[in-house]
Design a protein around this ligand. Structure first.
Ligand code: SF4
Length: 384
């Protein structure tokens, strides 16, 4: 398949691995944060970590849209779903994420809430048209990649005069998160996260372009390479980062040239800007409150804002005890450092978003082999 097969070529991978080994300085360590869950999965699925030298370390970042949604907002979605007359529409990955007291949307559905899994905002609009007596809420999550369809749905609902459609908007932005990760002090008792450069978001950058990362690269002196999601993309981007670090440069470079431009998709940006505006602050799982890091619905479209249409109660939201998702999203722990990984917490019985989501780091570790290491280590511990 064009644009896939050639980016999984074994011989090219060997050449890139050789170039990385030749250019990586053995006297230093390279801590490279892959921002997106898609990168984490490529690294594990294709064994990229095993192809690079030991002193090149991938640090998993917060770029999993399901994972970064804080428990409080998930609890709000559960509350919305349980309201009489509401149909909550959501992407599939959100269904099994445990909220406070492990209450997920799927559990709310078992209690009688009308929650429907959708593949796009167009499905949610269709459900609203088919159910004019019911209130249909679209649970909007995700980074800049998924904001244009949300904006289009709101514009379409307004144009059609749909009175029973609204959006619970939880869209977040990647450049402020990168700045926050570099800038935020370590949590008490935690080791500080070491980052020498970023494998930058790919699909997100197809919408916003790569220019928005320039301030963070310049101000924090951390190179960023916009990297595609195929294994050779990740390896080539790794080589580009190593070169920048060796040369003391801290620029934004674009490896994913077949999709991303400096300006991004101007039409999509205009649509988003017409309907959505910056929130002054927003909570992220793991990162806490990050200034200017999320979007909300503009006043002109407030009729479609579920937060204004429905009263939501204040909550004492809590993560599942011992789940290390927040530390994993900050890059300070790996999934195998969570004592629940592979024992209590598995994809069949997830304790946190990082194991539920197809882009979560715990799901990547489980799916592509680290499970075997943990099972062996656990067995060894039990035998000792
Ligand atoms: S393994 Fe499960 S409990 Fe542990 S951090 Fe990952 S999602 Fe949370």
């Amino acid at each position: 398949m064009k644009y896939i097969k050639e980016f999984r070529d074994g011989q090219l991978a060997e050449k890139l691995a050789l170039a990385i080994r030749q250019e990586a300085d053995p006297d230093r360590r390279y801590h490279l944060m892959e921002f997106c869950g898609g990168h984490t999965h490529a690294i594990f699925r294709y064994g990229v970590q095993d192809l690079v030298p030991e002193n090149v370390e991938y640090v998993h970042g917060p770029g999993c849209p399901v994972c970064v949604l804080p428990v409080r907002r998930l609890d709000d979605a559960v509350e919305l779903a349980l309201k009489a007359n509401v149909i909550l529409t959501t992407y599939g990955d959100m269904m099994r994420v445990p909220g406070t007291k492990q209450k997920s949307l799927i559990r709310a559905k078992a209690e009688g809430a009308d929650i429907r899994m959708v593949y796009s905002t167009q499905d949610a609009l269709r459900i609203a048209r088919e159910n004019p007596q019911r209130q249909v809420v679209f649970f909007a999550i995700g980074f800049e990649t998924t904001t244009p369809p949300t904006a289009v749905a709101i514009l379409q609902a307004k144009a059609e005069g749909l009175k029973n459609f609204s959006v619970f908007c939880n869209h977040v932005l990647t450049p402020p998160a990168i700045a926050h990760i570099v800038n935020a002090p370590a949590e008490p008792g935690e080791r500080p996260v070491k980052i020498d450069g970023f494998l930058g978001p790919s699909h997100v950058s197809s919408v916003i372009g790569w220019a928005p990362y320039e301030p963070a690269a310049r101000d924090f002196r951390k190179p960023v390479v916009i990297a595609g999601f195929e294994p050779l993309d990740v390896m080539q981007s790794t080589l580009m980062l190593i070169r920048q670090i060796n040369e003391g440069r801290h620029e934004v470079e674009n490896q994913y040239t077949r999709v991303v431009t400096r300006e991004g998709n101007r039409k999509a940006q205009r649509l988003v800007d017409e309907v959505l505006e910056l929130r002054r602050t927003f909570e992220w799982r793991g990162l806490g409150y990050v200034p200017d890091s999320a979007l909300r619905i503009r006043e002109a479209f407030s009729a479609f804002d579920a937060e204004k249409r429905f009263a939501l109660s204040p909550k004492e939201s809590r993560e599942v005890k011992s789940c290390e998702c927040p530390a994993i999203l900050r890059g300070v722990k790996t999934p195998t450092e969570c004592k629940l990984f592979g024992t209590v917490c598995t994809p069949d019985n997830p304790m946190g978003a990082c194991m539920v989501s197809s882009e979560g780091a715990c799901a990547a570790y489980w799916s592509y082999g680290r499970k075997a290491e943990v099972v062996a280590a656990t067995a060894k511990g039990a035998a000792a």
